[in-house]
Design a protein around this ligand. Structure first.
Ligand code: PRX
Length: 665
């Protein structure tokens, strides 16, 4: 099987082989179905009859509006406005509306700290903390429409900050705590943030990762940032220098803040947040989500896909620095009045059973994690989950990358004990909420597929020309109808929004960037990205961003980065580097370059393989032939090299590759 470009997609060949053989089917267990929120296909049918009326009904029944909208959808492809004229507030929906019922005293966020400390915030507690922090924001001059950047670890104050921004109409932009100071700088500058919220340091596997120092570096010469709010999390473990007039302690500000701050009445189309994600150029894209449509998307998908009920303990293991955490730790669960568990640390600290210890401790009912986490656990062995009582689990989910059927089966057998449905959820930062997924009480699942679009979602697979392909043929995954939680634009770059997503097959066809096929049941099987984006442990990275980081090193003349398959991480990064004249290709330099990329972007981008080469294979039009490099990095027999300027280059790289101990397949 090939991708639409006609080339084998690296990183997915083994996956594809196992996917093509996969025919096991798991209908929803009868006892699950009997109690499920969605039991039949009527929502799908209703949505197909009139998708706008369908979404309007969901918005009316499931969200609080200060004022109802005048128009459900204004669709001027590729620009959508949902619930035009409607007034609502995300923080009000996630907090205030639950205070009028018994849920006031229900646990909203149950937080487990890495060293073992824990905090439970009821909806009442959350209301108080969020209002206090909203008043802090106001006192620091943050107004509706201003941008606030958060660079934090997984602490409850991150969720409080998000909800406080939403409450007053400030736009948050969260930068994953594993990103470098340079990455923070780029994102703070692009958003022109007025305020940055950070913490002294974050716990990571018993060590402290300093965060405030990175912010100091990132905002050094910044014209827009007035203030930096610093949360004390690790105390004496890491020194923090507070800059007079700019830096303020969270606890000092909160001590004086009033707990009353009514939610601002926001327009449905007012921006809620920007979240930067990697695209196919060196510059990350600031994906913009707005208020009403986003909230509806996350509220409904949480309810339908996770079947979330009032007595559930629900745990999504993602980091809030990624979209999964935004939508399925904070906004989706809280809008539903659910209990959302949040964990600060890593899966192997203090031991490899930490996830299962948390499941046991809180009697988690619904667990949402990534294929990489599952494959890592698989590698560690069944003794770790076997140590703990997992009998509370009733539903399992995965997200972020394709799951290979072996990992799916391992999850099903060793974690779900054959009893829990698995929802393999496909979506993107851009889609805001889950779009393709089974409904656990309705859909028969198959290991390795997210099955079909949720009610109201229209997806198909097309060829190079945009024509729908027959079943079991590879092609591009596209979305053919607007959906409420879709991105509205790329912050500050409308043209890039149009060009990236809507220019290829027509301005009303959204191009996901994923390759996929559809089987005879109409199920979607995602085979991976078809653009220059790599997914390392489910984290989205741009090849070109990595290349730019490399060429900014004084020893490097040219570089090419590619993704190659990795049994645990899905994909790993391999780079091919041409050194400047006079530079020596040494093992130490390899290490230095790996570290350099880690410092420039973040440790998740650190290349696994570094190869030095005298030249890079290029086409006659001077384009780097990444396909050939991917073949090399995968140890595959090389494809067609006839368009190369100098086929000898490839032979040289290959020889070096083999000399360095990589066997050819
Ligand atoms: O390639 C798809 C993959 O992750 C990409 C989106 O990445 P990001 O914006 O970081 O969001 C990740 C969390 C939603 C997609 O284009 N992807 C996501 N979920 C799946 C997936 N690939 C296969 N199966 C999934 N369930």
């Amino acid at each position: 099987m090939t991708t639409p470009r006609g080339q084998p997609r690296p990183g997915t060949d083994n996956l594809l082989e196992s996917l093509l053989k996969e025919n096991r089917k798991f209908p929803p267990p009868a006892d699950f179905k009997a109690k499920a929120i969605v039991k039949d296909r009527s929502l799908y049918d209703e949505a197909e009859r009139d998708y706008q009326a369908f979404w309007a009904k969901q918005a009316e029944q499931n969200l609080h509006w200060f004022k109802k909208w005048d128009k459900v959808l204004d669709w001027q492809p590729p620009f959508a406005k949902w619930f035009v004229g409607g007034k609502t507030n995300v923080s009000y929906n996630c907090i205030d509306r639950h205070l009028a019922s018994w849920r006031r005293t229900k646990a909203a966020i149950v937080w487990e700290g890495e060293p073992g400390d824990s905090v439970t915030l009821t909806y009442q507690d959350l209301a108080r903390e969020v209002q206090k922090f909203a008043n802090v924001l106001k006192s620091l001059g943050v107004k509706k429409g201003d941008r606030v950047t958060m660079y934090m670890g997984m602490v409850p104050e991150l969720a409080i900050s998000m909800l406080a921004c939403a409450r007053i109409g400030a736009i948050h932009s969260i930068v994953f705590g594993g990103f470098s100071a340079d990455s923070v700088r780029d994102r703070v500058n692009d958003a022109q943030a007025k305020l940055v919220i950070t913490q002294d340091g974050a716990w990571r596997r018993g060590n402290v990762v300093p965060l405030k120092v990175a912010v100091d570096d990132a905002v050094k010469d910044n014209k827009y940032v007035d203030k930096v709010v610093v949360l004390r999390r690790v105390g004496d473990k890491t020194p923090v220098k507070m800059q007079e007039g700019r830096d303020l302690w969270w606890h000092d500000l909160m001590a004086k803040a009033s707990p009353v701050c009514p939610a601002e009445q926001m327009d449905a189309e007012d921006p809620l947040f920007i979240l930067y994600t990697s695209g196919t150029t060196g510059k990350p894209k600031g994906i913009l989500h707005t208020t009403g449509g986003y909230l509806l998307g996350v509220t409904m998908s949480t309810k339908w896909v996770f079947d979330i009920k009032d007595d559930d303990y629900y745990w999504c293991t993602a980091d809030i620095g990624w979209v999964t955490g935004h939508s399925y730790i904070v906004y989706g669960p809280l809008s539903n009045g659910a209990t959302s568990v949040m964990y600060e640390g890593g899966p192997d600290w203090p031991d490899r059973d930490r996830f299962w210890a948390i499941v046991e401790k809180y009697r988690i009912n619904i667990l949402y994690t990534s294929p990489t986490a599952i494959r890592t656990m698989m590698k560690w062995g069944t003794e770790f989950p076997a140590r703990r009582d997992l009998s509370s689990l009733r539903l399992l989910g995965t997200v972020g990358e394709p799951i290979n059927p072996e990992a799916w089966m391992w999850y099903h057998e060793n974690i779900g004990k054959g009893r829990c449905p698995i929802v393999d959820t496909w979506w993107q930062t851009e889609t805001g909420s889950i779009l393709i997924s089974p409904l656990p009480g309705v859909t028969a699942t198959k290991p390795g597929t997210g099955t079909t679009g949720l009610p109201g979602i229209a997806a198909k697979i097309v060829d190079e020309k945009g024509k729908e392909v027959p079943p079991n043929t590879g092609g591009y995954l596209v979305l053919t109808r607007p959906w409420p939680s879709m991105l509205r634009t790329i912050w500050g770059d409308q043209q890039r929004y149009v060009d990236t997503y809507w220019n290829r097959f027509g301005k009303d066809i959204y191009v996901t960037g994923d390759g996929a096929r559809r089987d005879e049941d109409g199920y979607f099987w995602i085979t991976g990205r078809v653009d220059d984006v790599v997914k390392v442990s489910g984290h989205r990275l741009s090849n070109i961003e990595i290349e730019s980081a490399l060429v900014s090193h004084p020893s490097v003349a040219e570089a090419a980065a590619v993704g190659r398959s990795d049994a645990v991480k899905g994909e790993a990064v391999a780079v091919f580097v041409v050194l400047k004249q006079g530079q020596k290709a040494t093992p130490e330099l390899k290490q230095t370059l790996r570290q350099w990329v880690g410092e420039k972007i973040g440790s998740i981008a650190r290349p696994d393989d570094v190869f030095f080469t005298a030249d890079l294979p290029k086409t006659r039009s001077a384009k780097i032939m990444r396909r050939l490099l991917r073949d090399l990095a995968e140890g595959r027999v090389l494809g067609d090299t006839t368009t190369l300027t100098d086929p000898g280059i490839v032979e040289n790289i290959k020889q070096q590759y083999i000399a360095e101990g990589k066997e050819e397949a």
